[in-house]
Design a protein around this ligand. Sequence first.
Ligand code: ZN
Ligand code: ZN
Length: 372
Amino acid sequence: MVGGRIHAALTQTAIERLGRLRQLMEDRRLDALFISSVPHIRYLTGFSGSAAQLLITGEALHLLTDERYEEQARGELFAVPGLVLHITREPFAYVRQNGLLAGGERVGFQATALTYAAVVQARRLWRPCRLIPLRQGVEELFVTKAAVEVELLSRAAQIASRVYEAVLERVREGMSERELAAEIAHLARYMGSEGDAFDIIVASGERGALPHGRASARRLRKNELVTVDFGCVVCGYVSDMTRTFVLGRATAEQRRVYDTVRAAQQRAIEALHVGMRAQEADAVARRLITEAGFGPYFRHSLGHGIGRSVHEPPALSPRAPRRQRLQAGTVVTIEPGIYVPGRFGVRIEDDVHLTAEGAQLLTTAPVELLSL
Ligand code: ZN
Ligand code: ZN
């Protein structure tokens, strides 16, 4: 259970989004909409279990989950008008048997969230309803965050920032990447995080050249760079932060790479503004890295939205749709990196809230190259 004020504000946010969702249904001439993405279900109902489906009709919201989650759901659900809890192991058959769909309707479903097998089953059981795949529209409802959500994302970012500072005191030569990951996870829980936002990344030495190097048994050695990437969770909202530090002394080359990544991040954060093309945000950082001669080593996009999940739109990517522009209220990561294959890597990642005044930093851990 979350605090009363926060629960009430999240409920209000869900009601507003449901209003927009019903508008979307009207625009697409849908009589019902089947939501299968777990984070989306949580945004709309407050339910935090990992197995559920949500059927939205003209007046009702039918949350279908199984008995394992019954009690949890009763404690968590938002007071959203029309929300009804159903306990079943067979959601598609249940919908039919209980007449939740009248028949002959157009039912939208999330093309990227429902398996092929489930679609086949629904088509058969819900006859003569027509199932209409939606590729877009739902996810977009969650791009801009309400004030209460920014507050929770900011808390998650603050915990990550404090965890980083505290874990630096525990880093020592000879400890394994996994041990360092365990220290991060341990501190995060004690500092108020509900869990790890994702598998903690610790990549040292030449493993630093792997952008997503999950913590391994490799031991930390003197005069090597170490990249840690982790996130904390508050009321289901996540943070995502990366820092690179050196154990001992950095070489001139490592320092030059670090300064380039840092400058690229700084430039992107300063340039970020409402109405900017998502592609351009990426390009600002990429140009600086390319001019420094490291262009081919920046091998992912600049950043991504965060919320109840670690990767949400918008993608700050060269491949983002050209028309896509950044909106006020978006919370995104800014995470340029340079990965020198077989040798070392540097990434720095912060979470920012985009407002009319520009990007406000949510993560506050030190960004200079720290030598331990
Ligand atoms: Zn990250
Ligand atoms: Zn990230």
